[in-house]
Design a binder for this molecule. Structure first.
Ligand code: ATP
Length: 274
């Protein structure tokens, strides 16, 4: 990390190549994030306002966080991370303070990306509670709205929010100038699974009998996180079998695969997509 005007700045090391599959999505995200930062003069010349917020939604474990980091790396932007659940659990006022402080640091370190995980916890639809009884969530949401509106003058700051429950997000956040772009991050398809397996075996010594295409075919409904776990576990099985092992073989992958079931059912996955 380097220091910019008193703010510790971290540019993630994750790149687009670390993410298997999702070709079109990566391109869209790259454009939405990198163009305004790298070509901000062109945007002002044409009088177009760049996207300020992007909402990533989809099933857990399918690379929303990793995509946000890769986008920051591509744009060489400082990366700030906030968790809705964490803000929510803080003492009264502390969550809002952290939110404001993060936007402030992001402004100082611009170009910046603020990644807001579990956004629905904070940005949930406002209930009908009376105004005298403002909830923690409502106070955080109103702070977030104020900060996002303040981005108008701030150049090169983008908020990437992630959620598994896009329908729970308050409509006020979906207005133009806030989360202008909504992208669905799906479960990997066959080709995606193959590429994810390739990414996560890149630095592993795997035997010539390991057929990643076949493993991809046999791992329907697996998330990226589960495929990553499969590769890691296969390595551990190989070591458990023989601590002097030099390669991970197909049978190690098969042993692990036989003991793993995808956490999500087809019906659950479809419910994320709707
Ligand atoms: P959550 O909603 O649970 O926070 P997420 O969608 O943000 O999950 P990540 O945290 O980005 O998912 O991914 C979890 C792990 O799975 C990461 O370590 C990542 O390397 C791996 N992973 C997921 N999808 C992919 C992918 N398409 N390519 C490579 N790795 C992936």
């Amino acid at each position: 990390p380097s220091i910019t005007r008193g703010v510790t700045v971290e540019i993630p090391k994750v790149t687009w190549e670390d993410i298997g599959g999702l070709k079109d999505l990566k391109k869209k995200l790259q454009q939405a994030v990198e163009w305004p930062i790298k070509h901000s003069a062109a945007f002002s010349r044409l009088g177009i306002s760049p996207v300020r917020g992007i909402l990533l939604h989809g099933p857990p474990g399918c690379s929303k966080t990793t995509l946000a980091k890769a986008a920051a790396h591509g744009a060489q932007a400082s990366f700030f991370s906030l968790s809705g659940a964490e803000l929510y659990s803080m003492y009264v006022g502390e969550g809002e303070a952290l939110l404001r402080n993060t936007f402030q640091r992001a402004r100082l370190a611009a170009p910046s990306i603020i990644f807001f995980d579990e956004a629905d916890v904070v940005a949930a639809k406002r209930g009908g509670s009376s105004s005298s009884n403002i909830t923690v969530g409502e106070r955080l949401l109103s702070t977030l709205l104020t900060e996002m509106d303040g981005l108008e003058e701030a150049k090169g700051i983008l908020v990437l929010a992630a959620t598994n429950r896009p329908h729970a997000i308050d409509a006020a956040l979906m207005r133009p100038g806030r989360f202008d772009l909504v992208l669905y991050v799906p479960l990997p398809d066959l080709e995606g699974r193959y590429e994810i397996l390739r990414v996560h075996t890149r630095n592993m010594k795997i035997g010539p009998d390991v057929d990643l295409r076949r493993i991809a075919e046999d791992t329907q409904l697996f998330t990226g996180a589960e495929l990553e776990g499969l590769c890691r576990e296969a390595g551990i099985v190989a070591l458990r079998e023989d601590i002097t092992a030099t390669v991970v073989c197909d049978r190690h992958f098969q042993i692990v695969k036989g003991s793993l079931k995808p956490a999500l059912t087809r019906a659950e996955i479809d419910s994320y997509a709707s």
